[in-house]
Design a protein around this ligand. Structure first.
Ligand code: PEP
Ligand code: MG
Length: 579
């Protein structure tokens, strides 16, 4: 009998193979009271386990093929660094001594303390980094426990691994051993298995609760990594249908890859700019892989997160010059810190504003408001950006603009930073372009005023939709109301594009709307020609855009701006995406 399970599809593609069910022994972390004499040997036992865990990670790192994407080794490097960090190598030792307890209990206590810190982070990416802590602690616990089957001794040729969760090291070793697909009980879009499976191009589903209870080793499984569908013992007919889909998917991937070097021009000759959004250094590899036309949005908030001190000018400078080097002459758009709201940061004690916690942070002191309130923080970043501007083409993008006085204040501040640099004899690009994110409805309605003062505009639909429709973008309860096709949203986007055209300045769009291949033709029809999105969606978006004709899609976009009828919207979307 065929069983069907649903999870979160995190790495698209189809895999068909035998189940390899990975059962890891749960290590007993119950606290045991030690005598004074037992404390030193227990500390030594923990140190030895840390060494073993490190040796395993170094082995995994050395087994990564040379041509593998860089984020794979980056994950393992992070774990190696974490093993060396005092938080894991020293604090548990201190706990053994102060609590007179066993190493397992000390590690568990430290895991709970660290989980509290990560759990309070609102940023989804950073919150999921507790996975790193858990993986590293589990690897030490396993080394304490001995007798665990090491991942590198398993032959997985063509098999589908079913596990509770997988560490980056497991994932790499399994890929070397020929694994065909991954299914895990825990995890989300940003968990390690998800990120690595995407990088390695291995179909994967995460979050299939308790799946190890239902699947038997050796059973035939099929994984649809896009829909998140797992079938156990599919029938003959199902298997032949799945094989067809697998073939079609592989062909589609080959077709998308063939677009990497294609010029970004529509069928009727509209020249497009298709750039990438980046957040962390690892994203640069993906930017290169898809041959993006540059970076349309560098979210620099990530430089401020997960640390106790503010980044220094030199740290900013190093980060920017590194990105510029990697882009080799392509444009880099650096967005100044959009801190606050969903990009909560932990160094608030370092800035002068010590007001009460905002009740409604999305409308509070965030983005440009916070930067103008904290000139020292802002100037540090502006100095670094200006200094980096001699190293490659670079533009400054200001987030969360609401009124023109914010623009004027910022332009004045940039002028004064330039004068200071002149006084210090430091070079910068005197003509550096300064643009604004249009993501607040008031700024959208007044876009022509912003367009007069700025060198370019970038539409931030994630926030624009949030504010226009009064829907908190991180509140799951109202997520179903988050509607990019709402006529008010489309009309505002059109208005901003027109304002830019009137002022003869470029207008791009860097919100999530630009990453959906089924929606981008609507934007093309509204007059947009600059798109920026996460690198993973770039080729599918490019495929949709370069096969379209603006003259044809324009009338569908115009009709979409005027309708709230869901059936009509669906029909228009279906027609705009034909051909
Ligand atoms: C946006 O609001 O659309 C945007 C790109 O910025 P962020 O998602 O970082 O707020
Ligand atoms: Mg935004």
């Amino acid at each position: 009998m065929t069983l069907m399970f649903n999870g979160i599809g995190v790495s698209q593609g189809f895999a068909i193979g035998e189940a390899y069910v990975l059962h890891r022994n749960k290590v007993d972390v119950t606290a045991r009271k030690l005598s004074k004499k037992q404390i030193s040997p227990e500390c030594r036992r923990l140190r030895r386990a840390i060494k073993t865990a490190k040796a395993d990670l170094l082995n995994a790192r050395d087994s990564i093929p040379k041509d593998a994407p860089g984020d794979i080794s980056a994950f393992i490097e992070t774990h190696i660094l974490m093993l060396d960090d005092d938080l894991l190598s020293r604090t548990p030792i201190d706990i053994i001594k102060s609590e007179q307890c066993n190493a397992e209990a000390a590690l568990q206590q430290q895991r709970e303390a660290m989980a509290k810190v990560f759990g309070s982070m609102e940023d989804e990416y950073l919150a999921t980094r507790i996975d790193d802590v858990n993986h590293v602690i589990d690897s030490i616990l396993r080394a304490l426990d001995t007798g665990e089957q090491a991942a590198d001794s398993i032959n997985l040729k063509g098999q589908i691994v079913i596990a509770d969760d997988l560490t980056p090291a497991d994932t790499v070793v399994m890929q070397n051993n020929g694994v065909a697909g991954f299914v895990t009980e825990t995890g989300g879009q940003l968990s390690h298995t998800a990120i690595l499976a995407r990088s390695l191009g291995i179909p994967a589903i995460v979050g299939v609760h308790n799946i190890r209870q239902y699947v038997k080793p050796g059973e035939t499984l099929s994984v649809d990594g896009k829909r998140g569908l797992l079938l156990a013992e599919p029938s003959k007919d199902m298997l032949s249908e799945l094989r067809k889909q697998q073939k079609a998917f592989r062909q589609q991937q080959r077709d998308l890859n063939s677009l990497i070097d294609e010029p970004a021009v529509t069928q009727d000759g509209v020249q497009l700019t298709i750039s990438a959004n980046i957040e962390i250094e690892e994203d640069l590899k993906a930017v290169k892989r898809v041959n993006a036309d540059g970076v349309g949005l560098y979210r620099t908030e990530f430089l401020y997160l997960n640390r106790d001190t503010l980044p220094t000018e030199q740290e900013h400078y190093k980060a920017y010059t590194k990105v510029l080097r990697s882009l080799k002459g392509a444009m880099l758009t650096i967005r100044t810190a959009d801190l606050g709201a969903d990009k909560e940061f932990s160094v608030t004690s370092q800035i002068s504003h010590q007001g009460p916690l905002a009740h409604n942070p999305a409308m509070g002191l965030r983005g440009i408001r916070l930067c103008l309130n904290e000139p020292a923080l802002f100037i540090t970043q502006l100095r670094a950006i200006l200094r980096a501007s001699t190293k490659g083409p670079l533009r400054i993008l200001l987030p969360m603009l609401t009124n023109m006085s914010e623009v004027r204040q910022t332009l004045d501040l940039i002028d004064s930073v330039k004068s200071t640099l002149d006084g210090e004899g430091i070079d910068y690009d005197p003509d550096i372009a300064i643009g604004g994110m249009i993501e607040v409805p008031a700024a959208a309605v007044a876009a022509d005023q912003f367009a007069e003062q700025l060198d370019f505009l970038s539409i931030g639909t994630n926030d624009l939709i949030q504010y226009t429709l009064a829907i908190d973008r991180i509140d799951d309860q109202v997520n179903y109301l988050y509607d990019p096709m709402h006529p008010a949203v489309l009309q505002l986007i059109k208005y901003i594009i027109d304002a830019g055209q009137k002022a003869n300045i470029p207008v791009g769009l860097c919100g999530d709307m630009a990453s959906d291949p089924h929606i981008v033709r609507v934007l093309l029809g509204l007059g947009l020609s600059e798109f920026s999105m996460p690198p993973n969606s770039l080729l599918a978006v490019k495929h949709s855009l370069i096969n379209a004709r603006r003259v044809r899609v324009r009338r569908f976009s115009t009709a979409l701006m005027k309708t709230s009828d869901t059936d009509e919207q669906l029909s228009l979307l279906e027609r705009i995406n034909r051909g």
